[in-house]
Design a protein around this ligand. Structure first.
Ligand code: ZN
Length: 139
């Protein structure tokens, strides 16, 4: 089974996420459950090896420590989904790469995943739409 960002904890069931959605509340709820002892590390630190590899390669610093193990190297990994992109999405490192993807694929749904290389904690941070028509999706 290959890694699919839409299977990341907290992700909606579909890759066609319109507009911008922040998943901080859902993420904080999981962290709270972990701190209360209702979830174990095994439950929440299960990042797919491919996600960890991508995080090590092109992850950008999240600017905060891991909520589970306090490791300072928490990173964000971005993926784009679109009709002309691979089914598993296309990971991209920054705005320039995203622009290249949207030139090729038109409108895409972007997923930003928070990943800890130390303990394998992972959770969807936010989604947003990018591409030529992104400004029309503000409703
Ligand atoms: Zn961690």
């Amino acid at each position: 089974m290959s890694f699919r960002p839409e299977t990341v904890r907290g992700a909606p069931g579909t890759a066609a996420a319109p507009g911008q959605i922040d998943y901080r509340l859902a993420r904080n709820a999981i962290v709270k459950e972990f701190r209360r002892g209702r979830l174990s590390r095994l439950d929440v630190c299960d990042a797919h090896p491919e996600l960890l590899r991508t995080a090590a390669g092109i992850g950008t610093p999240a600017g905060q420590p891991c909520p589970i193990c306090e490791e300072p190297a928490l990173v964000h990994v971005s993926y784009a989904f679109g009709p002309r992109l691979p089914p598993g999405g296309a990971a991209f490192a920054g705005p320039a790469e995203l622009a290249k993807l949207t030139r090729r694929a038109g409108d895409v749904a972007c997923y930003v995943v928070e990943v800890c290389p130390g303990c394998s904690w992972n959770h969807l941070a936010r989604t947003y739409a990018a591409g030529r028509r992104r400004r029309a999706s503000s409703t």
